[in-house]
Design a protein around this ligand. Structure first.
Ligand code: D54
Ligand code: ZN
Length: 277
C-alpha cells in the first residue's frame, strides 16, 4: 500500500498547492473490484476504500505490515457509504451493512472479507484502521441506532448532524474514533468555527457528491490556512496541529476518523473566527 509520511508544520508553510495535495489528499481509494489502502505515519492510521464486484475482497497487506494477518496488531472500522447492500465476513460470521451502517472489528480477528450483495450494483466501503493493544468485540452499529448530535444553524450555513459510532459512549475500541456528519439541505460548512486537537490526527472522507460538486477543505495552523479542492469519495489527512473544515459547492456528507493520544471526542481546542488567517 502507499505510504504517506508526516510533516513538520514549519515545512508545510512553504508547500505549494501540488505538494499539499501529494501529502494530504488521497485521490483514488475507490476503484471498482479493488480494495485500496494508504498508510499514514500520522498515528499509523490506514484509510481504505473497497468496491467489491464478482468476488469478495480480503483485508490484507502482509508486505507492508509484516504481520501474519491484518488485525494482528490493529483494529478497524468499516462503513458502507453506498445505497447498495454490503456484507462483511469476520472469521466466518457475516454482517450485513446498509447505507451508513458501521462495523467495528477488533484486534486478533484473522480474516475479514468484504463483498457486495449484488455485484452489478456494488457497495462502496470505507475502511479506517489504527494500532490496537487489546481485543474489543466485533460490533455493528446501524445509523438508525447511532445517537445524533445537532450542531450549527441556517444563519451560519452549517446546520448539521453528527453521528458518533466508535467512541467512548458507543462502540468500544483502543484508540480509533469514527463517525459521520450529515449537513442539512442548503447548508455547506462543516466544522466552522474550526478546532485543532494536537493529541489526535484526523481523516475526512467526503462523499454523497455528484461529479460537478467540490469541497474546499481548509487545513493549516489556525493563523496560516491553506485549502485543498476535493472531489467525491476522496480523503484528506489532517495533521494534529491543523484545522480541518470545509465548504461545499453543493451538499455533501463526510466521515471523520481519529486516532492518537486520548479517547475523548470533546477534547478539542476551539479556534475563534477572529484568530483565523
Ligand atoms: O474532532 C471532531 C471532528 O473534527 C468532527 O467530528 C467535526 C465534525 O464532524 C463537524 O463539526 O461537523
Ligand atoms: Zn477534529
Amino acid at each position: 500500500m502507499e505510504i504517506r509520511y508526516a510533516s513538520n508544520p514549519r515545512d508545510v508553510k512553504g508547500y505549494d498547492g501540488e505538494r499539499l495535495r501529494e501529502d494530504f489528499l488521497i485521490e483514488s481509494l475507490f476503484v471498482k473490484s479493488e480494495l485500496n489502502m494508504v498508510y499514514s505515519h500520522y498515528d499509523r492510521l490506514i484509510t481504505g476504500g473497497a468496491i467489491p464486484t464478482d468476488k469478495p475482497l480480503k483485508l490484507e497487506d502482509k508486505e507492508t505490515l509484516k504481520t501474519e494477518y491484518f488485525l494482528e496488531r490493529r483494529e478497524v472500522g468499516i462503513i458502507n457509504i453506498s445505497e447498495s447492500i454490503g456484507k462483511v465476513n469476520v472469521d466466518g460470521e457475516t454482517y450485513e451493512l446498509n447505507k451508513r451502517d458501521c462495523l467495528y472489528v477488533g484486534k486478533g480477528v484473522k480474516e475479514v472479507t468484504i463483498e457486495s450483495a449484488d455485484p452489478s450494483a456494488p457497495a462502496h466501503f470505507y475502511i479506517v484502521s489504527a494500532l490496537a493493544h487489546k481485543s474489543y468485540p466485533t460490533k455493528k452499529l446501524p445509523i438508525k441506532e447511532a445517537i445524533p448530535t445537532h450542531l450549527g444553524s441556517d444563519a451560519e450555513s452549517n446546520k448539521r448532524t453528527i453521528y458518533k459510532y466508535i467512541h467512548k459512549d458507543g462502540i468500544q475500541s483502543c484508540q480509533l474514533m469514527m463517525g459521520m456528519t450529515l449537513l442539512a439541505p442548503n447548508n455547506m460548512w462543516n466544522t466552522m468555527p474550526p478546532h485543532v486537537h494536537d493529541r489526535r490526527m484526523e481523516a475526512y472522507l467526503y462523499f454523497d457528491m455528484d461529479d460537478q460538486s467540490r469541497v474546499f477543505h481548509f487545513m493549516g495552523k489556525p493563523d496560516d490556512t491553506r485549502h485543498i479542492v476535493i472531489k467525491n469519495e476522496q480523503v484528506v489527512l489532517s495533521p494534529p496541529w491543523s484545522i480541518h473544515s470545509g465548504v461545499g459547492t453543493k451538499n455533501y456528507t463526510f466521515i471523520w476518523a481519529m486516532a492518537g493520544e486520548n479517547y475523548t471526542f470533546t477534547d478539542m481546542d476551539g479556534v475563534k473566527l477572529e484568530d483565523i488567517k
